[in-house]
Every structure is written in structure tokens, then in C-alpha cells.
Ligand binder design. Sequence first.
Ligand SMILES: CC(C)(COP(=O)(O)OP(=O)(O)OC[C@H]1O[C@@H](n2cnc3c(N)ncnc32)[C@H](O)[C@@H]1OP(=O)(O)O)[C@@H](O)C(=O)NCCC(=O)NCCS
Length: 255
Amino acid sequence: TWDMRSAEIGYTLSAKHWGKGYATEASQALIEFLFSDPRLTRISASLHPDNVASAMVLERLGFLFEGHTRLSFWVGTDNSDDWLYGMTRADWRSWKARPRHKPAAIQLLAVDHMNMRDVAALRTHKSQEQFVAPVLMSFANALFPEPDDGGPVEPWLRAVQADGELVGFVMLAARTDHQPEPYLWRMLIDRMHQRRGIGSTVLDQVVDECKRMGAGSLMVSWGEGRGSPGPFYLSHGFQPTGEMNGSEAVARFLF
Ligand SMILES: CC(C)(COP(=O)(O)OP(=O)(O)OC[C@H]1O[C@@H](n2cnc3c(N)ncnc32)[C@H](O)[C@@H]1OP(=O)(O)O)[C@@H](O)C(=O)NCCC(=O)NCCS
């Protein structure tokens, strides 16, 4: 745009070259080039909300979801919704400077009146929101749990701290007399801290907690689709039971 204050990027790849990381690599090079001009303050990009693969490219590059506009994009004779992403120079710097290493210490902390706002501010990538409820909704669910087969549900919720920084949230439906198998109800790692091995360590710690509750297994369920946490749970030993919880595949981890 005018005087290089902002720029918009877009990419199209021939289908036979999808899935090889080319869009990410090419956009990465373009972003570096654009921000090398000190006048540039932000880069924008937009996409169709069904184009999850493209959303994941932008998210991997450090773009933030900024909005959903309705029926604003014309394709042929039809118009569709649009997802808007943006990255300011500050976003770009903090994304590049985010910690990537495995933390030295990961702790599960009680959620209380002191930290609950910070816990509620944790965010996954936009494309992952279909797989996990926002933390505030989890707080509401913990306050008003839906009875399980008519029996009480006991929420057990913790904030995840890595090297002193708040990075995630986890919530169990704890073992009760009515429900002997705990259920991993919610788990999320903030977008800035994913793929550091934190989720794996949290699972180990949650399993330890389940053992303390006297349980011998842990249940979970997940939605399928691009970016699903399914492969994460499968690689940690969860076995699908073949049952469905609504549209979610149910799995069990025996210990
Ligand atoms: C799923 C989630 C909790 C994993 O946390 P994490 O800290 O990023 O996971 P880890 O770094 O411990 O991952 C360890 C391994 O699990 C696998 N893995 C993790 N996330 C994955 C994903 N989304 N898709 C496929 N594999 C994944 C990878 O093999 C990874 O190892 P690698 O990074 O060396 O390839 C995190 O991605 C998240 O919060 N996702 C959005 C919310 C969500 O889906 N929650 C689950 C609701 S049921």
C-alpha cells in the first residue's frame, strides 16, 4: 500500500505440490523481505474460513486472527465469509523470539482469583478453536457441570506453568464413586508455547494425578479434522475405544 506502510500477501499452489511446506517457506521468505523495509508496520492476509490448511500456514508464520467478516468476499457470482489475519512488526518480533526449547520445569498450579484472568487470556490458534472450548467456557462448565448419567461431576482444573510463565490449562472430570474413570475434559497450550513438549509433560502429570485418585485409566475424546489433537493423544498411548461422544472419537489410556 501507500509508501510501504502495510502489505497484503497471498499464495496459490498447484494441487500436486500441496502439503510440502512450500507456501510456508515462500511466505516466510517474503515476510522477511517485507519487514526488511523499516517503513512497513504490518502485513495482512485473508482467506475463506473453510481453508484450514491456509489458516495453519499463516498461524505457523506468526499471524494473528483479527476478524471474521460476513459475505464480504466475492467469488464468481457468489459471496462468502472471509477470515482476516494480520501481523504487526511487534508480532513478528515476538513470534520469532518465542521460546522453542523444552522447558526445564513444568508445574500444574491451582487456578485462583489471582491468576484466573491470565489463565482465561490463554489462546490456541484460531484454527484449533474447533477442538477446544475457550478457558472462560471451561470455568463456566466447572461451575455448572452437566451431570454424567445422572451422577455428580467433579471438575479438577489447573493452570500450566513452564519456567515460571503461564502457558496452558488443563481440566479433568475427576474420579468419583459414580464415575471411576477420570475424563480429560479440556487441555490447551497457548499458541506461543506449542510444540515444546509441554503438552506431553502435562499428560504425564495428569496421569500421575489420576493414579493418586486411585484410577487405572484416563478417557479423552477429540474432534477429527485438520489440526486435530488426535495424533498427539495416539502418540501418547491412548487407544480409540470405537465409541463416539457426539461427533468426537473416544479413547482410553490404561496405566
Ligand atoms: C494438542 C496440544 C495440547 C499439544 O500440546 P503441545 O505442548 O503442543 O504438544 P507437545 O509439544 O508435547 O507435542 C509432542 C508431540 O505430539 C505431537 N503433536 C502435538 N500437537 C500435535 C498436533 N496438533 N497434531 C499432530 N501432532 C501433534 C507431535 O508428534 C509432537 O512432537 P513434535 O513437535 O516433535 O512433532 C496443543 O497443540 C493444543 O493446545 N492444541 C489446541 C487445543 C486442543 O486441541 N486441545 C485438545 C482438546 S481434546
